[in-house]
Design a protein around this ligand. Structure first.
Ligand code: FES
Length: 106
């Protein structure tokens, strides 16, 4: 198991024992206030938007063209830290990863 530390939309910090090989979204979607993920991980909705803690950004694969396109027009987009949690696969190297669920777009 890989430990993720997730701050939800209400500011609550939750430790998650995540399964490798699944996306972050698949590992956190059952948490309340962790994002709706309405497209099911197809990189088509951005409701799984999260902010990765800055120290972890260099340890992740870069955003794909599609992921960048889904995120960049959102008011809450952070050029450094924004990611779609459905596009990051959990691996052992991500043990301890900290992330914050982005606010709802109004
Ligand atoms: S779940 Fe829809 S873009 Fe990630």
């Amino acid at each position: 198991m890989v430990k993720l530390v997730v701050t939800d939309k209400d500011g609550r910090e939750v430790a998650v024992d995540a399964r490798g090989g699944l996306s972050i979204m698949e590992n956190i979607r059952l948490l309340p206030r962790s994002g709706e993920a309405i497209c099911g991980g197809m990189c088509a909705c951005a409701t799984c938007h999260v902010y990765v803690d800055a120290e972890w950004v260099p340890k992740l694969p870069r955003r794909s063209f599609e992921e960048q396109g889904m995120l960049q027009d959102h008011a809450s987009f952070d050029p450094q830290r924004s990611r779609l949690s459905c596009q990051i696969v959990v691996r052992d190297t991500l043990d301890g990863l900290r992330l914050t669920v982005a606010p709802d777009e109004s």
